[in-house]
Design a protein around this ligand. Structure first.
Ligand SMILES: Nc1ncnc2c1ncn2[C@@H]1O[C@H](COP(=O)(O)OP(=O)(O)OP(=O)(O)O)[C@@H](O)[C@H]1O
Length: 371
């Protein structure tokens, strides 16, 4: 699939802008704070209904306006589909697919499939478990509507259980309703654990080959799912930890405490890996994700590379770009020198300046082009 067109009205620092994309590599370049990431964010919003940077929709509306509009046309196997998003200051956002308003946000998932890769993703291995869980949830939600539903239910129940724990601490009495929440938590939690395991198993079938290629056959990468509880012992662990949970007013066990371990040649690189190893593993993870999504949707997703290429060394840049044949890629960067140096075949080049996007003359046309 590829995005044909994006139009923004009163979105962040854009008054009115239309961008027509190439189905190959699109580069948006410009100085800092001009609006490059805002474009990536708007595309991400059309794919997931959420910004990747903020949970507040209000921030997306131009500071001087009270509403914003985003329209996106995606072409899927020759057929155009349209996503319209209308964000209002004092109301819930409205989303329409092919002009028909949707009632639930998850109806949007799967219309536009994007994979975003930003400098923060390079820190995925090094950072805390929260980021790795966020990664798992984001990927699985995009791939699986049922996972999205189960996760929402789990988070809702977890919040209610935590509120009850705080009340129990005050009253000093054990309430029977805790048992009801525990059963619900186990019900939805077990489904989440199962899907995460399945996803990590699939990743493992792909990632090793990719990582071995990038590292020149020197490294063997394996991901291990570090489950906080097993589906079989979740209920028991909740019961065993109840006193402690009441004392701290929070639920200490469950898949909301899961993690993933990354092993290179058997060594846990979260703790013992060099920065280069951690970044390479993060790159391998992204590339594996692309492959998984292609298999799942039987189409190519759209890759959004937000300011990430300059963070990779020459060899990894080349590896990444050459893995992207036939995948629409939208890249933001401050300069285009790297692309010229690495003979990257650019489909469309845009200069972003103070909330305006202007098509830029290509500095060269690559003769060994694949697009
Ligand atoms: N709601 C808003 N209304 C108006 N302007 C906004 C709003 N939100 C953000 N901006 C402006 O958007 C600009 C930031 O855009 P963006 O994050 O896309 O920058 P960028 O070009 O990706 O920069 P960098 O290279 O530094 O990442 C800033 O000038 C900021 O003031």
């Amino acid at each position: 699939m590829f995005i044909k067109r994006l139009s923004l009205k009163d979105y962040r620092n854009y008054k009115y802008t239309v961008v027509n994309f190439s189905d190959g590599i699109n580069i948006l370049f410009g100085k800092n704070a001009q609006g490059k990431t805002n474009i990536i964010e708007a595309i991400y919003l059309c794919a997931t209904s959420k910004s990747h940077r903020t949970s507040s929709d209000k921030e997306l509306i131009n500071l001087e306006k009270s509403e914003a509009h985003i329209k996106l046309t995606v072409n899927k196997k020759g057929i155009d589909e349209n996503v319209d998003i209308h964000i209002k200051k004092n109301n819930r956002k409205g989303i329409a697919i092919n002009r028909i308003p949707i009632k639930k946000l998850n109806e949007l998932l799967g219309i536009v499939n994007v994979i975003i890769f930003s400098p923060e993703d390079l820190g995925l291995i090094k950072n805390g478990p929260k980021e790795r869980r966020k990664f798992l949830n984001l990927e699985l939600c995009q791939l699986d509507n049922i996972y999205y539903y189960n996760l929402q239910q789990y988070q809702k129940i977890l919040k209610q259980r935590n509120n009850l724990l705080k009340t129990l601490k005050k009253t000093g009495k054990i309430d029977e309703t805790i048992n009801i929440w525990d059963n619900q938590l186990v019900h939805f939690g077990t489904k989440i654990i199962y899907k995460r395991k399945e996803f990590i198993d699939k990743l493992n079938l792909i990632i090793n080959k990719i990582h071995s290629d990038i590292s020149g056959n020197k490294e063997n990468l394996q991901i291990e799912y570090e489950k906080n509880v097993n589906d079989g012992n979740f209920k028991q662990k909740l019961e065993n930890n109840l006193d402690k949970d009441i004392r701290f007013g929070t639920t200490s066990v469950g898949p909301h405490r899961d993690d993933m371990m990354f092993l290179v040649n058997g060594i846990d690189i979260r703790k013992y890996g060099s920065q280069g190893q951690q970044r390479t593993a993060a790159l391998s993870l992204k590339l594996s994700e692309i492959k998984l999504v292609i298999d799942k949707i039987d189409d190519t997703p759209i890759l959004l590379l937000d300011d990430v290429l300059s963070e990779l060394d020459d060899e990894r840049q080349k590896y990444l770009i050459h893995s992207l044949k036939n995948i629409q890629t939208i890249i933001t960067c401050t300069g285009v020198e790297d692309y010229i140096k690495n003979s990257i075949d650019i489909g469309k080049l845009y200069k972003v300046n103070n909330g305006e996007v202007a098509l830029y003359e290509l500095p060269y046309k690559n003769s060994n082009s694949s697009h």
